[in-house]
Design a protein around this ligand. Structure first.
Ligand SMILES: Nc1nc2c(c(=O)[nH]1)N[C@H]1C(S)=C(S)[C@@H](COP(=O)(O)OP(=O)(O)OC[C@H]3O[C@@H](n4cnc5c(=O)[nH]c(N)nc54)[C@H](O)[C@@H]3O)O[C@H]1N2
Ligand SMILES: Nc1nc2c(c(=O)[nH]1)N[C@H]1C(S)=C(S)[C@@H](COP(=O)(O)OP(=O)(O)OC[C@H]3O[C@@H](n4cnc5c(=O)[nH]c(N)nc54)[C@H](O)[C@@H]3O)O[C@H]1N2
Ligand code: SF4
Ligand SMILES: [Mo]
Length: 807
């Protein structure tokens, strides 16, 4: 048993460059049990972040009682982090689960049976399709279901109903990862691999608090750092994160200024002749425009805009420019910030300019966040066409139509798919009347919550919510469907480095709860969706049928799964796609030959203007003859639209802590994790706190043009001028684990998204959770320090290091 609360990353197992990362098996079991008490172990992988650590679930008397890392898995070599150890099984095996469908009767949610609940859904769905057509329907799903479930939903939406209004919370999460990969390389798909950590000479973390958000991957870096040949580390983050504390260079940029910094880094690389002219010549397009765009961005110019030192920018650029093998990772500090796609594409550009792709250690990870976000992107439940097909390419649409045996005209392809923010806008305007939300909690996670609550509460919107718990969102639904959780159903999913794992069913779901796949298949049957031959559209009996169907859909595409099967995924390690005849054991790194999926007949998308988001037309894309080359895309820097002013003088940014996952429906139910970060706080710099007369623990009000929150202040290492808030705390209080209630608490003053802005990146359409202007005032004295962890980025300024101390 381990303590992963005070010691988040566990004991070091140092290793040197090019050696194999040693294994170290972590496990946690229900109090009082030992491994000998476990009846059996069932193979799975963790679904509490995109890392996808391989694990086995401990089962005793038909109940999940613990978890153990899989030593043979390439992703984690046995390790598990705090969430994996505690929130996985404790987060679903508890008495708060919804066990029966609920329907709204006389204003209240009452328990019912499946037949009644599904009939109510199907009746409304059929009526709306008849009266208003497919555009009345919207589906808002997740990055937390299984591949098989997304594919079912994707086929239902595209070939059953024919609505373009489908997206997932992946829009909030990895839309920019997908966009940056599509813009540069022509298709989604992570070029790098986690093994690049083992081989690199330097690591760059761009807006990625990896120590807290992918704790096991960070342990791999810590093990390199404490080995004999440590890589250099550069970290771009306005907070003093654990990574910043270990970094050779910490660029604590002003939120919203990433693009200016990236331009300066690129300019330095070019000025010093660190680029690889042969690689640029043979494998890229757009060099001249990139060079002229960055020309004005001297280190001094960027230093001024970003609020960092020119010397640090030069040092960081030198590390990138002179290391043989660099691994870069990019995450929400870029994806949810101003000019998200443009900034993330500049990371791709740095790698292309130096020919640093496809070699061990020279890796690029446009990271994912959620465990199965990748699969939503692959399978098309986010609105994209399945198999990274291009909606703008009629041949791709025809391929799908023939695969599904439907008329190509039903598959929405007359315009780009509708993104989540626009789906909610249509619900607000009243053109979408039927919204089916699965495995996401928008009443806490979308920006500008006062507006979102109004939309969800509209009487003319029929809201279906499919979840494990009666969340803030479910409590507003017309029909609530109880879903089976991880461990209670079988399926596959793919982590941020394309590694596919199987997760087998370990126990039965509680009460009448059913798997998301069964629910979607039941809806499809009841709706009577058919093929051109009049046979049912979906005839799958279970997840393995869905997986086999998906394999056909993926054939010949970048995410080719044809060489995988349930039996191949059982035992051993996860396997990275593409896995097919040519790559029977999967593919560790993409683009080893410098040939990219940018061919006009093959690519997933023709790209956009990074400043405005305007689509590149097929003809003009084709005319540029990419011939397998990558695009060095760029655009000019612009400051965020909402900048601090006299009324709202501080910059507001939001994010995560190590101990909680999102809206805490699982982590809040693990006593261990909840105790580590039980309540909301906000972080202020020493300078700002002192100027505002605020000391540690004082209760402050933070307000923006949208709303306000009140919480204890943590005086932390955040950069001056910036206020940080964790976004985990909705309206169920910390006693939520003790009871099920169906009305949100009256005080709606704890959720970070009360303050955020309804605005998105022009290309990826990802909302800007990391840029807003706020003011802070003290409302009363506190009664002790803020309830914020001291082991992480939220550590009190001046407090001694309590975890992860470098040896
Ligand atoms: N413990 C935990 N782990 C998780 C999750 C969780 O909820 N809890 N969620 C998972 C998911 S879905 C995701 S998407 C990932 C997210 O993982 P991360 O992206 O690592 O997490 P965040 O805390 O959202 O943001 C990262 C950092 O961005 C910084 N930042 C804010 N504004 C800016 C800016 O303008 N520029 C730059 N350069 N940095 C900025 C913040 O200070 C923060 O430290 O984590 C995954 N892992
Ligand atoms: N301010 C701010 N807001 C943010 C972010 C930020 O950094 N700052 N980050 C954004 C990001 S990256 C993300 S990913 C989102 C996350 O936001 P959400 O998706 O809203 O967060 P979760 O709490 O993970 O919600 C998932 C829901 O699915 C349920 N669930 C879990 N497993 C299953 C299952 O198998 N089936 C079904 N049917 N339900 C299941 C859970 O109980 C939970 O209610 O938040 C976004 N919002
Ligand atoms: S790093 Fe992510 S996948 Fe691994 S145990 Fe932690 S939460 Fe689970
Ligand atoms: Mo995410």
């Amino acid at each position: 048993m381990v303590d992963r609360i005070t010691d988040i990353w566990g004991a070091r197992t140092p290793f040197e460059r090019e050696a194999e990362w040693p294994s170290r098996v972590d496990y946690a079991l229900q109090e009082g049990l030992t491994e000998g008490d476990v009846d059996h172990w069932v193979q799975s992988a963790c679904v509490l972040c995109s890392n996808g650590c391989g694990c086995d679930i401990a089962v005793k008397d038909g109940v999940m009682v613990g978890i153990r890392g899989r030593a043979e898995d390439r992703i984690n070599k046995g390790r598990l982090g705090p969430k994996g150890l505690f929130a996985s099984w404790q987060g679903v095996s508890n008495k708060d689960r919804i066990t029966q469908p609920l329907i709204r009767e006389g204003g209240r949610l009452v328990a019912t049976d499946w037949d009644t609940a599904m009939k109510r859904i199907v009746e409304r769905s059929k009526q709306l399709l008849k009266e208003k057509g497919p555009l009345s329907h919207g589906f808002y799903t997740s990055g937390q279901l299984f591949l098989e479930e997304y594919y079912a939903l994707g086929v239902i939406g595209k070939a059953g109903i024919g609505t373009p209004h489908m997206d997932g919370n992946t829009r909030l999460c990895t839309a920019t990862a997908a966009s940056a990969l599509k813009e540069t390389f022509g298709a989604d798909g992570q070029p790098g691999a986690y093994e690049d950590i083992d081989n690199c000479d330097a690591i760059f973390l761009y807006g990625h608090n990896m120590p807290e958000t992918q704790t096991v991957l960070w342990a791999r870096i810590l093990d390199r750092l404490s080995g004999p040949t440590p890589p250099k580390l550069v970290c771009v983050d306005p907070r003093n994160t654990e990574a910043a504390r270990f970094a050779d260079v910490h660029l604590a940029v002003r939120p919203g200024t990433n693009l200016a910094l990236m331009h300066a880094l690129i300019r330095e690389v070019l000025q010093n002749g660190w680029e690889d002219p042969a690689y640029i010549q043979d494998h890229t397009l757009g060099y001249d425009e990139l060079k002229s765009t960055v020309e004005e961005w001297t280190p001094e110019a960027a230093a001024e805009v970003c609020g960092v030192s020119a010397h640090d920018i030069r040092t960081a650029a030198r590390i990138f420019g002179t290391s043989d093998r660099v691994l870069s990772t990019v995450l929400q500090g870029f994806y949810q910030s101003s000019q998200a796609t443009a900034s993330s594409c500049q990371v791709n550009n740095l790698h292309l300019l130096r020919g640093m792709l496809g070699r061990p250690g020279a890796g690029l990870l446009q990271m994912n966040g959620q465990p199965t976000a990748q699969n939503n992107r692959e399978c098309g439940a986010d609105g994209d066409l399945p198999g990274f097909r291009n909606w703008h390419n009629p041949r791709h649409v025809e391929e799908l139509a023939s695969l599904w045996n439907v008329d190509p005209a039903i598959i929405p392809h007359w315009a780009p798919p509708t993104h989540a923010m626009q789906i909610f806008r249509y619900a607000e305007q009243g053109s979408i009347n039927f919204l089916w939300v699965s495995a996401t909690n928008p009443a806490v996670s979308l920006p500008e919550l006062p507006r979102i609550r109004e939309i969800l509460a509209k009487p003319e919107l029929f809201l279906v919510v499919q979840d494990l718990y009666l969340t803030e969102t479910a409590s507003m639904a017309d029909v609530v469907l109880p879903a089976a959780a991880w461990g209670e159903k079988t399926g596959t999913f793919t982590n941020a480095s394309r590694v596919v794992h199987i997760s087998d069913k370990a126990v039965d779901p509680p009460g009448d709860a059913r798997s998301d796949l069964d629910i979607f298949l039941d809806y499809s049957n009841r709706m009577g969706f058919t093929t051109l031959d009049g046979t049912p559209l979906l005839t799958w009996e279970g997840p393995e049928d869905a997986f086999e169907a998906w394999k056909d859909c993926s054939r010949g595409r970048p995410c080719d799964y044809t060489g995988l099967s349930y039996s191949r995924l059982r035992g051993g390690s996860g396997i990275p796609w593409p896995c097919n005849e040519e790559n029977p054991d999967g593919t560790t790194r993409l683009y080893t030959d410098g040939v990219f999926p940018s061919d006009p007949d093959y690519c997933e998308n023709y790209g956009h203007d990074l400043l405005t988001g305007a689509e590149v037309e097929p003809e003009s894309y084709r005319a540029k003859m990419p011939k397998g080359r990558a695009w060095l895309k760029t655009t000019k820097y612009h400051p965020p639209h909402e900048e601090p002013d006299d009324d709202y003088p501080l910059r507001y940014t939001t994010g995560r802590t190590a101990y909680h996952f999102h809206t805490r429906t699982k982590t809040g139910r693990s006593r261990t994790l909840n105790a580590a970060a039980p309540r909301m706080w906000v972080e202020l710099s020493v300078e700002d706190a002192s100027a505002l007369g605020i000391t540690e623990g004082d209760i402050v009000r933070v307000s923006s043009r949208r709303g306000l929150i009140e919480a204890p202040a943590r005086v932390s290492g955040v950069r001056p001028g910036t206020v940080f808030a964790p976004f985990h705390y909705g309206y169920w209080d910390s006693t939520m684990a003790s009871g099920l209630s169906d009305s949100p608490k009256d005080s709606q003053k704890t959720a970070a998204n009360e303050l955020t802005i309804t605005e998105w990146d022009p290309v990826s359409k990802q909302p800007l959770f990391k840029n807003a202007a706020v003011k802070v005032e003290k409302i009363r004295d506190g009664d002790g320090p803020a309830p914020a962890p001291n082991t992480t980025a939220s550590r009190q300024a001046g407090a001694s290091r309590q975890a992860g101390q470098q040896q």
